[in-house]
Design a protein around this ligand. Structure first.
Ligand code: SF4
Length: 467
């Protein structure tokens, strides 16, 4: 008989078809939904324009993008307009130079040439406008892109949605055709069922599904996974080497290098370990805040949590390369479930979907890499997410700095703590499933006021009078 306070979680949703490399994306911060997604959308629009009939292109005179909802409310602080301009000039998040946003944003009045079908148009930041925060599109993070004639009439347009984690959709979007997962699941309960039936480990099942969906061979998956992990380590190293103030009007100092210096001198081992872990998380979150290249895990805002723990597992816990890779694969299962059943964008479900999910993924990664049973891996992920429930997204001034940078550090420590609790308790005594906590996160996010969903209109964002 089930406990009366625990609702059974059922799903009629189709199985998850998200892939590892849809999910872990390399690109410039500070916000996957506000920089990577809009940059991809703008670049996609450029490609579509280039494919238009020549008589349409002959009349084209200008490009224009309107930012709506959260993209408008916090777009300045996030550099969304600069990311869109970079996309209109053909930049892709994975391949753009690390400082593209800084260099393009330096001169707000600069004009740039972009060639479209033999025609050269001039674009600049003035062509990316901040529209209404309230709108009736299906996603808060909406942008409308237009190709205009000399009279300002639309020749071609598309409405895009930046749906979190750097994913984009558009009006009329349908999911791309791809292979079917070998072991279909939409919930942890279904995933657990496959593992029990087949005897596979979690990372093996993830690999099997990745191959079935994408057609990638195992060596190709490993190679790309190693690149993603190397990008994570890089972001830690770059952040630890940087000093000075972050961009923006808040005047926030980078602290990662100084935290690490202090940590190394601490006489108590546990202080040393936790302070180093914090320094690693600060390092990546500060890189993200300065528009540097990071990995979405699951988003830019929360990009410091998982690399911090991964870097610590490699350098401070001496966990081997194979176990690290397997841990990352296990973490992806948790991220996929959260994305599929609730959301991973601050603008949709608050920070519980960003730092909360990052902590949950990280707890699973650590538990799996340490060889824990699947019940402990699930419980570690559940505990880490449970204690982020209700967490709002209220970045001060629209910058992904306060509270985001410290929050990444606290998220990494919570992930470590969740793994400890899960592995110290009897797993059968654990009352809350991962499915239940993800469902609770989704419900909490849906009920959360928009003031607390990346609009900077409530909470800490309006509580700081002077910085
Ligand atoms: S508060 Fe959390 S969700 Fe919001 S921008 Fe910062 S890290 Fe992202």
């Amino acid at each position: 008989m089930s406990h009366p306070s625990l609702r059974p979680v059922t799903t009629a949703r189709p199985p998850i078809t998200t892939t590892l490399f849809d999910f872990f994306k390399v690109g410039p911060g500070p916000s996957s939904s506000h920089t990577i997604g809009p940059m991809k959308a703008a670049c996609d629009f450029l490609d579509l324009c280039r494919a238009l009939p020549s008589d349409t292109l002959a009349r084209a005179e200008a490009l224009r993008v309107e930012l709506l909802g959260s993209l408008s409310a916090t777009g300045i602080g996030h550099g969304t307009n600069v990311a869109v301009l970079a996309g209109l000039l053909g930049s892709q998040p994975e391949t753009c130079p690390g400082d593209v946003l800084t260099s393009l944003g330096r001169d707000p009045d600069a004009r740039h040439d972009v060639s479209i079908g033999g025609k050269t148009l001039s674009v600049g930041l003035a062509d990316v406008v901040f529209g209404p925060v309230a709108h009736d599109a299906p996603f808060s993070n909406t942008l409308r892109a237009f190709l205009l004639d000399a009279g300002g009439r639309s020749l071609f347009e598309r409405e895009y949605y930046s749906v979190g984690g750097g994913f984009i959709q558009w009006q009329g979007w349908t999911p791309p055709e791809r292979g079917k997962p070998r072991y279909p699941y939409g919930t942890m309960q279904e995933l657990r069922g496959h593992l029990a039936k087949t005897g596979l480990t979690l990372h093996e099942l993830m690999l099997e599904n990745e191959t079935a969906i994408t057609g990638m061979s195992r060596p190709a998956i490993y190679e790309r996974l190693d690149e993603i992990m190397e990008a994570m380590y890089d972001s830690v190293r770059r952040g630890l080497a940087a000093t000075g103030k972050l961009p923006g009007t808040l005047g926030v100092w980078r602290k990662a290098a100084s935290l690490l210096d202090h940590a190394k001198q601490m006489p108590i081992a546990v202080d040393r370990f936790l302070a180093k872990l914090s320094a690693y998380a600060f390092a990546v979150a500060e890189e993200n805040a300065s528009g540097g290249v990071i990995v979405t895990a699951p988003t830019c805002g929360a990009a410091g949590v998982m690399p911090a723990l991964l870097y610590s597992m490699r350098n401070d816990m001496n966990i081997g390369e194979r176990a690290l890779r397997e841990g990352v694969l296990a973490s992806a299962a948790v991220g996929f479930l959260a994305k599929h059943n609730a959301g991973i964008a601050g603008a949709e479900v608050g920070c519980q979907g960003e730092v909360g999910v990052a902590a949950s993924m990280s707890a699973a990664m650590l538990a799996h890499a340490r060889g824990c049973a699947i019940a402990d891996v699930e419980n570690a992920a559940e505990i880490a997410l449970e204690h982020h429930l209700g967490l709002t997204c209220d970045p001060v001034g629209g910058y992904v700095q306060i509270p985001c940078i410290e929050r990444n550090s606290v998220g990494a420590i919570k992930a470590y703590s969740a793994m400890l609790i899960a592995t110290c308790e009897e797993s059968f005594q654990h009352k809350v499933t991962l499915d239940a906590v993800i469902s609770a996160m989704g419900e909490t996010g849906r009920e959360m006021s928009n003031k607390f969903k990346e609009t900077s209109e409530g909470g800490l964002a309006v509580s700081i009078v002077e910085c």
